[in-house]
Design a protein around this ligand. Structure first.
Ligand code: HEC
Length: 127
């Protein structure tokens, strides 16, 4: 009797921990909430919709500074990269470090998992 009670209790704690874990794995896949929290003040993922920053529609695979009707900074115009997953990861870790003088006044997403979930989302905002 005195042994049974704690066993039941620890089993239900295990279950709760497992459920929280599973949720964390799912949301680390492609998470729009990170985009909303950090980026959507300045960016849209809709094609042709520039805000303070350029539209990020189809950003993965796009050439840097390639939105015609957006006024990029000189350093961004000179960058000359394709926004691969790796380059996005580098830029979003610390924009001013990869592109000194960038007009994007944002310190970066320092958490690796958040960055990955964000980039997964940018790669496929619809799904
Ligand atoms: C304070 C406004 C602001 C925030 C917040 C912001 N950006 Fe930007 N972003 C800009 C501006 C402005 C530019 C253009 C930079 C330049 O020309 O130097 C830019 C440029 C970019 C580019 C390069 C686009 C291209 O066409 O080459 C990417 C990629 C990008 N931002 C992603 C993001 C992501 C992802 C977030 C959220 C983590 C974010 N930005 C947050 C303003 C912002």
């Amino acid at each position: 009797m005195s042994v049974k009670k704690p066993t039941v209790l620890s089993l239900s704690i295990l279950t709760v921990v497992f459920i929280i874990d599973a949720a964390a794995i799912v949301s680390a896949k492609s998470d729009p909430s990170i985009f909303k929290r950090y980026c959507s003040v300045c960016h849209s993922v809709e094609e042709g919709k520039n805000k303070f920053g350029p539209s990020l529609a189809n950003i993965v695979g796009r050439h840097s500074a390639s939105i015609d009707n957006f006024g990029y900074s000189e350093p961004m115009k000179r960058l000359g990269v394709i926004w691969t997953l790796e380059n996005l990861d580098r830029y979003l870790t610390s924009p001013a470090e990869m592109v000194p003088g960038t007009q994007m006044a944002f310190p970066g997403v320092k958490n690796r998992d958040e960055r990955k979930a964000l980039i997964d989302y940018l790669a496929d905002p619809g799904g």
